[in-house]
Design a protein around this ligand. Structure first.
Ligand SMILES: NC(=O)c1ccc[n+]([C@@H]2O[C@H](COP(=O)([O-])OP(=O)(O)OC[C@H]3O[C@@H](n4cnc5c(N)ncnc54)[C@H](OP(=O)(O)O)[C@@H]3O)[C@@H](O)[C@H]2O)c1
Length: 274
């Protein structure tokens, strides 16, 4: 279908893109931009109504097949459902591991279950879905895996212990996996956005914790459209870690420099005490 539409990899037949966390924000935007490039989509999240509405609008706007797959990726059963769908899809060319959430508060105060759910959604689901998708992609010499990490992957932040740790995992996992996949024509990206206008900070949970996104200055925000376009355009280069926006790139670099400086200062002090 729509083989005359240019897609971001220049493939003659785009095939299927599976996107987790497609019911809002960046996931919904990935679905739009990929459907516009002729991909059929499988839309994964927990909120069926949202996914049904999105699938209908994609069919109306771009035609093609757009399927809904309801799954809670914080559970083994939910991850398994998506894994099975991946294995059964012979032309799955794009996997976007995008589902995610944040918590508010210090590690000792945030309920353990929420933190374990975060490990499942950010890490376990990504690892298992990637493992399920890779064999066919490698055999067919065609594949793209986008792991949505965060600027938090460059940081150690109080109040975001598990978020920074799980997003750092995604960046490290993507970089090393990309090395192993050199020459296979299967490409991996760790997308590391900064503040992006989505529903991430609009949940009842966030409001109940008194977080006010309006306190973050306008210049720091990007739109989902900008972030997703940057992600797809970046496949023209060989970049694995992709940080959208020059301001965010500066923040990432400064964070790494600060970590090196702090480490050097601590090492110097340690040596002086020996
Ligand atoms: N917005 C930002 O400033 C920002 C910055 C850096 C990175 N990110 C990352 O970007 C990704 C997308 O977030 P967003 O900003 O677009 O926020 P969002 O609008 O809140 O979207 C999050 C998506 O994840 C899904 N999700 C959450 N928990 C899930 C679960 N247990 N099972 C299945 N799906 C689940 C949600 O769907 P359901 O609720 O329907 O399940 C929703 O579709 C996340 O990984 C986030 O960490 C966001």
């Amino acid at each position: 279908m729509m083989s005359d539409i240019k897609n971001f990899m220049g493939w003659d037949t785009p095939g299927v893109a599976l996107i987790t966390g497609a019911s809002s924000g960046m996931g919904a935007e990935f679905a739009h931009q990929l459907a516009a490039q002729g991909f059929n989509t499988i839309l994964v999240a927990r909120r069926q109504e949202r996914l049904d509405d999105l699938a209908s609008s994609l069919v109306n706007d771009f035609s093609g097949n757009h399927e809904v797959l309801v799954a809670d990726l914080s559970t083994y059963a939910g991850i398994d459902t998506v894994k099975q769908r991946i294995v059964a899809t012979s032309n799955l060319n794009v996997l976007v591991n995008n589902a995610g959430f944040t918590t508010v508060g210090k590690f000792k105060d945030v309920p353990l279950q929420l933190q374990l759910d975060m490990i499942n959604v950010h890490i376990l689901a990504t690892v298992q879905l990637t493992k399920a998708a890779l064999p066919s992609m490698v055999d067919r010499k065609r594949g793209v895996i986008i792991n949505v990490a965060s600027l938090a992957a460059f940081m150690f932040q109080e109040g975001s212990v598990m978020y920074c740790a799980t997003k750092t995992f995604l960046r490290s996992f993507s970089e090393a996996l990309a090395m192993e996949l050199r020459g296979t024509k299967v490409h991996v990206q760790a997308l590391c956005p900064g503040y992006t206008r989505t529903e991430l900070f609009e949940t009842e949970y966030y409001k109940s914790m008194g977080f006010d996104a309006s306190t973050i200055v306008d210049e720091k925000w990007m739109t989902s459209m900008e972030v997703v376009k940057t992600s797809l355009d970046a496949f023209q280069s060989k970049a694995v870690t992709v940080v959208p926006g020059t301001q965010n790139e500066e923040t990432a670099k400064n964070s790494i420099k600060k970590q090196i400086n702090d480490w050097e200062r601590a090492s110097k002090k340690k040596r002086s005490l020996e």
